[in-house]
Design a protein around this ligand. Structure first.
Ligand code: AMP
Ligand code: ZN
Length: 510
């Protein structure tokens, strides 16, 4: 049947079909961070979700182009720049670097493009001019430019595609200059904000005077330049559906950027919130942990990634430190099983598909994720497979023990003891077992290319060292060999060496 996903636009689960006539290339845009502080793990739930989507599409054979913007000019940023007295570039540069580092800690694949909003101001101006020339945007007396919802609707376009809006209760013609506003105050929103004294040095020239862009126009401009006027998939947290994404649609379709007969975006996916005691984790409520807070408590990136990926993306769930300890236990079970499989595989290695392992693991895993990324079912399949593999390992250990058991050898001779039940010599049995284990590891690697929980097996290493190893794995995946070498040297200075092999990276104490 192929991949089916819930589309917020149609409010139904649909078969995913890219715009590409060959059905191969997929353009995917995820709204990135507003870099005014460190991202909290609620934000990370959404970015890990985007990483899962991108990895799964790749696993399903699509050629994905993943774009994630960096919002480096916006109301909250300006406020913080004013408070700190730093330049916009220094201030946002610091948090952008931290974001990219955290992305590596969580083993998220780096997006193919990470456009910064401030590098696309001319594109935003071009887009606003298009809207003005169509009569959908207008300049207000203060020099700001607003999007007119009334004019847009007058052109036969729908405002309220992702959310239901009640226009009777809305005051048409009212303006909002803030980047975030509530559903019942949906009114003409700012595309360009005229310079005010509070903006300090943050402004750009434009045909309407000095000012800065509104938040929503940033994403319409960057996605247009990097993915075209119509693309396949747009993601974000559920709080972005309104007004941010609704406004993106209005701007892009209002400026007729979309291809003839196509929407601005074909499939919209929104991730549910991470909660704390039933409330959205957010900076404003103060109920949050940054990734760095959790690493400082001794948790690893992979534990946090695992936890953020346990629930279905459309279901909210409560974040607790106990859950994070549960993630540690679950990962230990996986690691222990992989360790056993490596022990059985010995020097055998394959990356071929094995029919039995496809039936046992890869196919049920794929079927689960094909159904609107049912990750909880996919994990259930993984743990069922692990249970079976553990049982198999125990039975293989039993065969070894019996073949080496003195009374059995005395009764049957050593060859006879080995041939008991299987009719095969010990050497033959070991070879079959190694091949089976290697096939199981190959299946695991496939599944793990989607889960991205790394392959840390080996010496017991402290959390800080494991985090460094994970960052190195991410750097290598991203082909950033300079960074990967730097991390290797750092590990060495801390007394650990990394051994790379076709089966993954292993840590050894010096
Ligand atoms: P921001 O940096 O505030 O623009 O947010 C970045 C992303 O994090 C957006 O996609 C938000 O929807 C998402 N987000 C914010 N809070 C949460 C939360 N508690 N759970 C999940 N996603 C969130
Ligand atoms: Zn956006």
């Amino acid at each position: 049947m192929g991949l089916r996903i819930f589309n917020t636009l149609t409010r139904s689960t649909e078969t995913f079909t890219p715009l590409d006539p060959d059905g191969k290339r997929v353009g995917m845009y995820c709204c990135g961070p507003t870099v005014y502080d460190f991202a909290h793990v609620g934000n990370w739930r959404t970015f890990v979700f985007a990483d899962l989507v991108r990895r799964y599409l790749t696993f399903r054979g699509y050629d994905v182009k993943h774009v994630m913007n960096i919002t480096d000019v916006e109301d909250k940023i300006i406020r913080r720049v004013r408070e700190t007295g730093e330049s916009l570039k220094d201030f946002t540069g610091k948090y952008t670097a931290a974001f990219l580092e955290d992305l590596g800690t969580l083993n998220c694949l780096p997006p193919h493009d990470l456009p910064r909003a401030t590098d696309y101001i001319p594109t935003m101006i071009e887009l606003i001019e298009k809207l003005i020339s169509r009569g959908i945007a207008y300049k207000a007396p203060d020099g700001s430019v607003y999007f007119s919802i009334e004019k847009y609707r007058g052109c036969g376009c729908t405002y309220g595609q992702l959310v239901k809006l009640n226009f009777e209760e809305m005051r048409v013609g009212k303006r909002v200059s803030s980047d975030e506003y509530a559903k019942d105050s949906a009114a003409d929103f700012a595309l360009w904000k005229a310079r005010v004294p509070e903006d300090g040095n943050v402004f750009w020239p434009s045909p309407w005077g000095e000012g800065r862009p509104g938040w929503h126009i940033e994403c319409s401009a960057m996605s247009w330049k990097l993915l075209g006027g119509s693309f396949d998939l747009h993601l974000g947290g559920e709080d972005l559906a309104f007004p941010h994404h609704e406004d993106e649609i209005a701007q892009s379709e209002g400026a007729e950027l979309n291809l003839p007969g196509q929407r601005f975006v074909k499939h919209w996916m929104h991730g549910a919130h991470l909660l704390v005691e039933g409330k959205k984790m957010s900076k404003s409520l103060g109920n949050y942990f940054t990734l760095r807070d959790l690493i400082a408590k001794g948790f690893t990136g992979r534990e946090i990634r695992y936890l953020l990926m346990t629930a279905h993306y459309r279901e909210t769930f409560n974040f607790t430190l106990e859950n994070l300890l549960g993630a540690r236990t679950a990962l230990a079970r996986i690691d222990e099983c992989i360790r056993k499989l490596r022990e059985l595989a010995g020097s055998e290695f394959t990356d071929d598909d094995d029919e039995l392992e496809c039936i046992n693991l890869v196919h049920p895993f794929t079927e689960a994720l094909d159904e609107d990324l049912n990750i909880s079912r996919a994990w259930a399949m993984v743990f069922e497979w692990i249970r079976e593999k553990n049982l198999w390992y125990s039975s293989e250990q039993f065969h070894e023990w019996r073949a080496a058991d003195p009374p059995t050898i005395k009764a049957l001779g050593s060859e006879g003891a080995a041939r008991l039940h299987t009719g095969k010599s010990l050497t033959e049995q070991r070879l079959i077992r190694s091949r089976k284990a290697a096939a199981a590891l190959a299946a695991w690697d496939k599944v793990n290319s989607v889960l991205g929980i790394g392959t840390v097996v080996g010496a017991e290493a402290p959390a800080e060292i494991v985090a460094l190893l994970e960052a190195r794995i991410s750097a290598r995946t991203a082909k950033d060999f300079k960074r990967s070498d730097e991390i290797r040297d750092e590990l060495k200075s801390k007394g650990w060496v990394v051994e790379d092999s076709p089966k993954g990276a292993k840590l050894k104490k010096l």
